[in-house]
Structures are given as structure tokens and as C-alpha cells.
Design a protein. Sequence first.
Lengths: 131, 687
Amino acid sequence: MQPVKNIFLIDDDKLFVFLIRKTISLTGIPTNVEDFSDGMSALEYFKNNAGQPELLPDIVFLDLRMPIMDGWEFLDAYADIEPKLTRKNKLYVFSSSISPHDIERAKGIGLVTDFIVKPILKEQFAEILQS
Amino acid sequence: MKYYVFHRHESLLIIISPSMNNISNSGNDAEVVATLYQLQILDTAREEEFDNIAILAAQICETDSAVIGFTDSKRFWFKARVGLRETFTEIPGGLAFCRNAVEETGIAIVEDTLENEILCDNPHILREGIRFIASVPLIDNQKLTIGYLCVFAPTPRKLSEQQANGLKMLAMQVTSLLMLRIELLKNSVDNYKEVEAQMKTIFLNSIDAVVVTDKEGLVLQWNPKAEEMFGWEEKEIAGKYFHKTCIPERYSDSYLKALKKSNNNNIGDANKSVEIKAVDRQTNEFDVAIGISPAIIRSRTYYICFISDITDRKRATEELDKQKEFYENILNNIPTDIAVFDSNHKYLFVNPSAIRNVELRKYIIGKDDFEYAIYRNRDTAGAELRRAKFLEAKETAKEIRWEDNLKSPEGIPFTHLRRMFPVHDKNGELTMVIGYGIDITERKEMEEKQSILLKKLSIQNTQLVDFCNIVSHNLRAPMVNMLLLVDFINESNDVEEQKLLVSEIKPVLDNLNTTFSELVESIQVKEDVEAKIEQISFVDCLNRAMEGLKTEISSSGAVIEVSFDKVPAIMYPSKYLYSIFQNLISNALKYRSPDRISHIKLKTIRKNKSVILSVSDNGLGIDLTKHGESFFKIGKTFHHHPHAKGFGLFMIKTHIEALNGKIWVESAPDKGATFFIEFTNQPLCNL
């Protein structure tokens, strides 16, 4: 029995979150998915639960375009919190942006595992979840 | 001392005979005459020295009269005499003494002429009543007897030995006088000859042509240089008029004027020359300088002309003038200010580009900028700056550059690039400082324009990046969602689920459609920078915008308060102002607080040439410490609001900035927000 993976989706697009949840469930991998509609609420969660590994994610999917606090602003603030987290995670920037500037910028940040351009195929998703 | 007294019966003592007029070495008449000629004494005026000796002789011998006389072939002529009639100046036929007797005693004495065979019937002796004669010969250094010192008495008498000796000594004194005279004459002749030779050499070898003419201009003397210069030999030109032969007709007046003028100058003043044309024998004309000296010799006027050929000099001068003109032309016409300073910062030269007014240009030479500033009633700040730069150039011995921001008399600002360049001599001493000034106003303006353009470009580039982002997010995101939805619909076997998924497609499409329209609009704004500017009333425009938002306003129950009385209208494209009202009011309505009734205040005020519109609300507000920087970015949203797409503010900011305006915001979370818009360049009157 595979361990259940904690997955965080930080994205304001409700429809997209709905579709991603569906995609993840189709992979058949046991997961526990949490979603945050902007960077700020996700950041608050990390701050509040840094010492509780069972509540922290294995994988984070971060959108760039969000109200209140966008992906970049989140990454800035998250860099301060990340060392305190009791469970390490992989962080994927997950955006519909095709701007080379955005891609370069994201890959230049050490905390970012990879930059994934939306949409994503089920097979790709499975690969990431199992790695 | 012995002496002889001659008697008539003794051997011949005195012979007066035309054939035997000299008792000295026989046959030496010619020598005596030559000596006398050399002495230049015959027929000359009386001289005091000789007269004094004659007086002394008469006194010593206690006689009434005495003479000093010389004998040539015809007569015994008196150079000096005392106690004789005025008309008795010579004894024609001469006077001679026995050589032997005189040689022995050195004196001949006739105590009574009537007792003397020869003299008793001499008409001159008789006529003058001379009865006594004592005579001592005058012997020159060649032992030639050239004359006698004689004393006469009207009565017969004797001479004492002392008197005879005194007379002989006086005769020797006369001889000494004569010898001295010969020496003097000889010297003066030598001098004259030397001077003449020198003059001749000058005349013959002069590098100037020397021409002597009479008062009328007839050529009298003509030196070899003149022959060479004019091509006429002296004998050919003699008797011709110089100004008619050697001066072109059109210049002969100038020449004659110069002649006349030379008379007014001091004699011998040839310093002031005239420059005219001369013509040679081959009728070639050439440039000459003529100096004219008038000379008056034996009351006749002569002109001595010194003529030098100045063709070469003239050519060299012309060449120099040409060069000078060439350089002056450059300096005077170059569109650069040029000034040259001495080591004390005084002006040595300034060109017309630097100072246009010729009088001022003359004034400044030898003065400095301070004196000039005071003279022109100007501030000395500029002079101080230049002095500091000058000293810097002087001390560092290097070129100094700076930009001088100035104002023309009409108040138009301009910029000069100035350079000071020190120049040193071979010993390293500062000889001068050359100052340049170039008007770089245009370049400066270009640079400023470029910098503005660059700023604009950079803004546009940022906007383009933003635009790319919005396309990515707002267009691509819904597309991605659609793709996923369609995939799921295809793969689903559950009809209910399919229906649910299909129902999700419609809002995505609507969203896509709205986004697309707004994007198009924002692109059009950018292209429509030259929208028509017209006078537009704030109230009218606001009413139109509120008409479009009627539903939202009435459903929200918002209160809108207007205060446009200070500035009721502006010059602006009405389409843009409409868009501003539409966006700001819809924003205020969208982000109103759920806890209180929305209250929107609109107000205009004037600030100098600008009009400022403020739109305040009491809504949710924005935390500017978090969002200040990205506030007006395209696609930026600050609320989890279904309509927050972030286009509105980006669009109106683009409008406003396209017309050089500004937009900014003041806000605090849950207190509300105030947007300020500055419309620049609004005329003060007519509104």
C-alpha cells in the first residue's frame, strides 16, 4: 500500500482546481489534495503548521497569476518559512504563461523544482506524483 | 751778433726787377709759386695772426709801418700791413734782396732809400715816402725764400742790434705760422678727398638707385643702380625729366606732390618715402619706394631721390596679407566662439562669433570677463565660473571642458560646450590660453528627447511584457480549461457528469469573450493617442458614464457626490474622460464594503496649469504597502471578486499617460481608496 501523498494546489481558478482534482483522481494514486485560492492564504497555512509534518505537503503546485498575493510574491515570502518546515516538499510552478521571461525567472529560484506549462497530461501528472 | 748795413756803393743789395724777383736759389721761381699756391695765401683776406706780427715788428723797430708780403712772378703782395695807406697793397714788379748778404746776416737794411741806387727812383717807394727799409726773408722748410717781413720808416735811420734780432725772430714766427698753415691745409684737403671718395663709393655702390635732379626734375646725377633699375645709362637720361621718363603718367602727380612735401620737411629728411609705381625703359611697371631729400647748394635747389625696388617686398607683403585674410576669414566665420587669453586671463583676441558687436569686440581686448560684465551691466557669476576654469587650465596645464547653461537676452536658454586649452612655449611657460565655445543646445535637446523617448520605450516594453502575461493568463488559461473539459467529456460515460461538464463550458467561453474584447480595446487606446482634444464638461461626461452603470448604481444603493464647481471643464478627449469615470466608478462599486452604504465623492481642483480630479470611495480599500508597486499593472487584481480582471486601471493609466498626465492612489484596507488624476497643460482662462 502506497503512502498517501499530500498535494497542495495554490490557484485561484476554481474550474482549473476542479479539473486538476479530477485528473489526479484518475491516476489512481492515493492523494490528499488541499487547495488555496491565493498565495496569502497558503502562506498563512505554512506559517501556522510548520511544526506539524503530517499537515504539510509532499508536492506543491503554484500558479503565478493570483489576486492578493501572486506566485512571485508567495515565493519571496515562502523562502523565509521553508527552512522551518518539518516536512520537505517539491514545488512546481504551474502556469498557463508561455513567457520565456517567466520560465527563466522561475527556474532561477532554488526552491522551484520545475516550471510546468498548463495544460498537463494525466501521464505527466502520474510521473510527478510517483517520483 | 753781427749784421751788415748795405750801402748804395756796395754790391747790389736790393734788386727790383721783373726778371729777378727772387734772390733765393736761382731758377726756383716755379717752386716758390707752387709753394705759395699750396699755402693758398695770395689774394686772401687779412688775418689777425699775421697783422699782429706786423704790429709787433713796427713796435720793436720803432717804425711807423710794417708788412708781411709774398712774392710771385709779378709782384710783392702784402698779406699783413700796418701804418700804410689802404690802397697800398702790393709793390708791382716785386722786391728782391741780395741773397748772399741776407744769407750771412739774415737781414737787409736800407738806411736811406734816396741814397740807394736801385730804390732811389722806385716810383712806389717814392710815392709812399719810404726812406728806411729793413727786411728779413721768410724761409720755408725747403730753404726757399717765399716772402719778407719788412719795416718801413719815412725818415732815414739805423736799426739797433736788438731790434734787428727781434725782427728776425718775428720772421721765424711768421715762417712757423706758414708751416702750420701748410699742415692744416694738407689735412683738410686729405679729409675732403676722403669724404669725396666715401661719397662716391656710396653713390656708385648704393643698393638704392640715387638720382639727383634740379628743381624742375631734370636729371643731373644717375648712379649705376639707377641704370640697372630703369635701363637708361647716365648719358642717355641726362637732360631728361625724371618724373616724365621714369614715373607712369598717372603717378607723376603723386611724385611731384612728394617733391613739394619734402620742401616742408627738414633738409636732409629722406625718411618719409612714398610708394608708387615706376616704369623702366622697356615700359615695364614696378613698385618703388622713393625718398626725396631737397638740398640747397649755393642757393640752388637740388633733389636727391633714393629709390628702392619694392616689388619683392610688396609681393611678400601681399602674400602675408592674403594669409592673414585667409586665417581671419576662418576665425571670423567659424560658427564657434574663439577667444585667446594671456596668462592673466585678459583677452588677446575674440572672434565675431563670440562677440558680434564690433565695438564690444574692440573694448574687451586687454580686459577680463569681470570688467566686461561690469561694462555690460551683467552679473559677474559667469565671470567667476570662467575664472575658476581658467585657473584650473593654467594650473593643470591640461584642457578643461565644461557645459555652460546660459540665457539669451530674450530669455531663451541655451547650452555651450566650453573648452580652455593652455598653450606653452618651449620653456614650458604659459603663453596663452585658447578658449572655444560651441553651441550644443540642439544636441542637448536631442539628448533630452532621446532620454524621454527611452523612458517611453521602457514603459511600453514593460506594458508589452504585461500584455504578454495577460494573454498567457487570461486567454490561455480559459483555453486550457476548455481543453481539459472537452477531454473529460469525451472520456466520461456518465451522462449526468457530461451535462455538468458541458455546463461549465459556457462561463469559460463568456469569460474568454469579455477578456478578448477588453484586450482589443486596450490595444486600440494605445493606437489612438491622437484622439481629438475638445472642451468637455465634467458633469456631462459623468452623467453619460453613470447612464451606462445605471443598474449597478441602483442595485448597490450607492450615493454619488459631485463637486466640479472649481473646475467645471477641461480640454481632453471625451472618450478618454468617459472611460476614466466609467472605470473608477465601477471599481468603487465593485469593491464596496458589505458593511456600509457606498459613498463616492468626485471633485476637481486646479493646480497651476494642471487640473486634478479625485475620486474617493469608502470601500474595501487596498493595502498599498503590499500592492503599491504593481497597482496599475495589467491584469492585476486585488480581490477575490468575480469581475476582477485587472484591465480597467491599466487601460485608463495608458490613456492618461499618453497625454502626459498622471494617476495615483491613496488607500488603506477597509477605509476606502482615493484615485487622483492630473490632467496637465490645461489653459487657465476660458473654462
